[in-house]
Design a protein around this ligand. Structure first.
Ligand code: CO
Length: 136
């Protein structure tokens, strides 16, 4: 069911500092910042040859990433994202096996313009998992 690793997301207290680290120190190609108010984050993608790193900075009141940064002031790995070809089919199959989908269970549009869902970390070895539907 799951396909490629699409990205690993790292929450950062400062997007500017995070970008400087990846772009200037590590020499990576970094995208422009993109505000995603529906997800409570501003994101930057670090493009690596085989995957991406998604840098997340809290945006707005009640951002879930703000709470994460409170607990992890230096930042930290926030979630990993796997690709699926049929997100509603994946959701229904996983729910039938007892996995919990966060929120109302309806996919939201993620940073790449594709539908995404999140699985409860308690069902995924303590890791918040994002599923992103990509064209097969
Ligand atoms: Co993500």
């Amino acid at each position: 069911m799951i396909g490629r690793l699409n990205h690993v997301a790292v929450a950062v207290p400062s997007l500017e500092a995070g970008v400087a680290r990846y772009r200037d120190t590590l020499g990576a190609e970094v995208s422009e910042p993109q505000a995603l108010p529906e997800h409570g984050v501003t994101v930057v993608f670090v493009n690596l040859p085989n995957t991406k790193i998604e840098l997340l900075e809290p945006l707005g009141e009640g951002s879930p990433v703000a709470k994460f940064i409170e607990r992890n002031p230096d930042g930290g790995i926030h979630h990993i994202c796997y690709e699926v070809s049929d997100i509603l089919g994946a959701r229904d199959a996983l729910a039938a096996k007892g996995l919990r989908v966060l929120g109302d269970g309806q996919p939201k549009i993620g940073a790449h313009g594709n539908p995404v869902l999140f699985l409860h970390p308690k069902d995924m070895n303590g890791t918040l998992v994002e599923l992103e539907q990509v064209a097969a």
